[in-house]
Design a protein around this ligand. Structure first.
Ligand SMILES: [Zn+2]
Length: 293
């Protein structure tokens, strides 16, 4: 009897040990796009968690007690930086801020929409923080920096991570060519967005964003909405889009006035199975808006 008890105790200790150390790395990601990227690169070799859950707005997110526990236990935290998620990561040294891997000269100001993120972006004021929505940043800076950080944090699986990252980089390049074909003929047209999330994609093709949001959690004024409607009437309007996380009332007004449908364009890919899936979904939405008669 005594023997059985001892062996049960030992095996439970072993299980405990296993459950804590079965994965070589504990990685915490702040927003879903980075979760999807790390998941694809580590493919089962790391214990992964996500802070900003589906439906939440990363700009105004405050971590829960569970989040703080996960953050403090993490070997590596993958975050955006640029004022999006740095407020609750102050004091942690093991953070990879992917936004800081991109040369500042390549970061766009919210230009013409300067009020869109002020208040939150104290780190690099006026810079548009939605860097994961640039396919060029993904291939040149974001995926390589995540890959290299994972490779040096977990040398045992480094080659595995490299192979997975290579596959991912190839599929992002293919996507980039698809977007070129879809959007390069629309220079000087405009899009109406709830807030300037897809900024870097539209900027690449010379498409101007008319942003409804003038500041976070700040309802747009009637004169601002009128101005968007007027500007849209005077320009070639590509489409009207809203993120699933945002209030639709202003977008609905604009859509009625312009007699154009509005479409849900998700910057975080809450329903996406992978980062490529996020962009494929965005591609379909943009295509639908462009083909609208
Ligand atoms: Zn945003």
């Amino acid at each position: 009897m005594r023997k059985i008890l001892i062996s049960t105790a030992l095996s439970s200790i072993f299980l405990c040990y296993l459950s804590t150390f079965a994965f070589s790395l504990n990685v915490v990601t702040t927003i879903n796009p980075y979760y999807l990227i790390v998941k694809e690169i580590t493919n089962g070799k790391a214990n992964l968690s996500l802070i900003v859950k589906a439906g939440a707005d990363p700009h105004s997110y405050s971590p829960t007690v569970t989040d703080v526990k996960a953050i403090s236990k993490a070997d590596l935290i993958v975050a955006n930086g640029l004022g999006l998620d740095d407020a609750y990561l102050k004091g942690y040294k093991n953070v990879l801020y992917v936004g800081l891997c991109i040369p500042t000269v390549q970061l766009g100001l919210n230009g013409g929409l300067e009020a869109a993120h002020t208040g939150n972006e104290t780190e690099v004021e006026g810079v548009n923080p939605h860097v994961w929505l640039s396919l060029d940043f993904l291939t040149q800076y974001i995926i390589p920096s995540i890959r290299d950080t994972l490779m040096s944090a977990d040398k045992l699986n480094a080659q595995f991570y490299k192979q997975n990252a290579d596959v991912l980089l190839k599929s992002i390049s293919t996507l980039s060519r698809k977007f070129d074909l879809l959007l390069s003929g629309y220079r000087n047209s405009v899009v109406v967005l709830d807030h300037p999330s897809y900024f870097y994609i539209f900027k690449k093709y010379g498409i101007t964003i008319l942003s409804v949001e003038e500041g976070h959690n700040k309802q747009p004024t009637i004169s601002h909405i009128k101005e968007i409607i007027n500007q849209s009437k005077q320009s070639k309007l590509l489409g009207i889009f809203v993120g699933p996380q945002f209030n639709r009332s202003a977008i609905e007004t604009i859509s009625r006035e312009l007699k154009r449908k509005y479409y849900v364009l998700d910057p975080l890919g809450v329903d996406a199975k992978s980062i490529t899936d996020l962009f494929n979904k965005a591609y379909k939405v943009l295509q639908e808006a462009i083909n609208e008669k």
